[in-house]
Design a protein. Sequence first.
Length: 269
Amino acid sequence: MYRFVLTRQWVCLTLIALVLIPVMIKLGFWQFHRHEHRVAQNELIAANLRAKPVPVTEVTSPGHRVPRADFWRTVTATGTYDTAHEVVVRMRTSADDKVGFHVVTPLVLADGRVVLVNRGWVPGGDDPRAYPPVPAAPTGEVTVTGRLKADETSGGSGIKDRKGLPDRQVMLINSAQQAESLGRPVLGGYLELDRTAASDGGPETIPEPDHDSIGPHMAYAVQWWLFTGAVPAGWLVLVRREKREREEAAAAGEAAGPGSGADREPATA
């Protein structure tokens, strides 16, 4: 009674179902791993933000590649701002998604080394190719507190490092690039100025990264796995419906019988 599942139509339908099941299982695990990654990242951010601030020179040095374990680590630095070599980073957004610039000012430490400080966001001026209006950095020796970030690269950020930009404008915050223009050793990575440490009237500081939301990935994983269970269940429902329809059609044919009026030839005069 189930021989119809061997027909071409049903074989194709069954093969499609067999392909969908592992694909949906894999998609579910993909979303589950994204959920795990988000949870681990939130824990890392929260732990590094809560950690006691340490001098930036204890966690990075010239040419140092900041490891993931040190991302968002709270650090301090004492020195003098070198505003003559300040640059702005193009195409950066504010907390309310307005497009403008990040202001990166070198901070010269007592030993002559430099750490890049992202002082925050400013809007662009009337001329997009001109250096935007930037609030002046504090003068004299200052101590700043911020979050340690890794050097930006095109591969890691997805931002194309364009050439031929206007003077003192860049696309990426990169210590190696700035070391070339400064002619000084620059500590790897950069310091993102903390809101509590920013001076009034300065650039709009960058808020802390979100470390409370876990996103919808776990819900998506469960959804894909439910879809996985729905495929064989749906196939079974279709099989049973097909069987019932075939039985009803066979029963109707038997009820009509070979001698029914429907099978007789019309009478001739």
